[in-house]
Design a protein around this ligand. Structure first.
Ligand SMILES: [Zn+2]
Length: 362
């Protein structure tokens, strides 16, 4: 059985509509702290262009060089993953920080109105999805149909909706609200301790997978489909909506990982809350210790969805304490992670602006 290659955001909304989920969460790219929401908000400003034209000419040289997703990759292959159907595997050492896969949308569609508490009206999207698939080349159609298709028990005979089933099982929401298909990235399976980060760059119009740690030859590449700072029970509830139960090492080791993840979530929330207000020097010192502890825990688990935010908070606190050297160091670490994904992204640009502000305070 192929695991759902269902990702944060849109597909959850689909399942909300069919009654399997309780909330929407675009957590992978927009975790729940206001700092990251700010990033996402800025990203939104750049997300209004059409997505159907694939790779444009505006790509930076690094992205062009790594854009293997349309062709044959020399660093990964798709093959059977035991118990999971297809998966993506490294064929060589992929070093931490390097890009694994860069893929433009195969196609994107504008969804009907989102109904809070329910989701999208799937029936209203079937014609649009069929039309978009029909416009693809036969090779692209084959690629689309090679992706996993999940049906509910009562949908077994609904062959005419097959394109929609594939689409809802694999698509991502983009920052402009469109829903897009990335058939190569869709084959990357889930882990609650993923070895790769998954980022949408609205500036470059590419979804980018980069190595959160070294990925060894033969090792399966993984990303997360669920918010990682939840407990195992909560993650499993989320993943159950996609038709599978995760058995990764973080889930096996939940007696150890659950308290840590709760602690990280608590620290993130507290730091976010305190940094939204003016703070005294005394408070800043205490908060910086907490931010540093948070960074260490996130680094240990290679949690790239949350680390840039933690670096930024440590930088901001150092800045408030007039320790400009430390602030610059933290800010550079944040920038490095954003640049691993895309040096042109709005998140990278935002990090550069913060670094410049810090430097100019000297
Ligand atoms: Zn797991």
């Amino acid at each position: 059985m192929k695991l759902f290659t269902l990702h944060t955001g849109v597909s959850i909304a689909f399942w909300v509509h069919v009654g399997l989920a309780s909330s929407i969460d675009s957590s992978a790219l927009c975790p729940s702290t206001s700092f990251q929401i700010q990033y996402c908000g800025r990203t939104l400003e750049h997300g209004e262009a059409a997505f159907l034209d694939g790779v444009g000419n505006e790509l930076g040289p690094a992205l062009k060089a790594n854009n293997t997703a349309r062709g044959v990759s020399s660093i990964w292959e798709v093959r059977e993953s035991p118990g999971k159907g297809l998966g993506v595997f490294a064929t060589t050492l992929i070093t931490a920080g390097s890009r694994v896969m860069v893929e433009p949308p195969l196609f994107a569609i504008k969804p009907p109105e989102f109904i809070p508490g329910k989701g999208y009206e799937i029936e209203a999207m079937i014609a649009d999805v069929d039309k978009a698939v029909a416009a693809l080349s036969s090779e692209e159609q084959d690629e689309f149909r090679s992706c996993h298709e999940h049906r509910l028990p009562n949908e077994a005979a609904s062959e005419h909706r097959r394109n929609m089933f594939i689409f809802r099982s694999n698509a991502y929401t983009l920052t402009d609200g469109k829903i897009a298909m990335f058939p190569k990235i869709a084959k990357i399976n889930h882990s609650c301790r993923p070895n790769a980060a998954n980022v949408w760059s609205s500036v470059s119009r590419l979804r980018i997978i980069w190595a959160a740690r070294d990925i060894l030859p033969g090792e399966e590449v993984s990303v997360t489909y669920a918010p990682l700072l939840q407990t195992r029970e909560d993650r499993q509830k989320r993943l159950a909506q996609y038709g599978f139960r995760c058995s990764c090492e973080a889930c096996h080791d939940h007696a150890h990982t659950d308290p840590r993840r709760k602690q990280m979530a608590r620290l993130l929330s507290e730091l976010e809350d305190r940094l939204a207000r003016k703070t005294s020097a005394f408070a800043n010192k205490k908060l910086l210790l907490k931010a540093t502890a948070l960074v260490e825990m996130l680094e240990e688990e290679h949690m790239m969805d949350y680390l840039p935010n933690a670096y930024r908070m440590a930088a901001e606190l150092s800045f408030r304490l007039d320790n400009i050297t430390a602030a610059e160091d933290w800010a550079r670490q944040e920038l490095r992670l954003h640049e691993n994904a895309d040096e042109l992204s709005s998140a990278s640009q935002d990090a550069v602006a913060f670094l410049l502000k810090t430097t100019s305070a000297r």
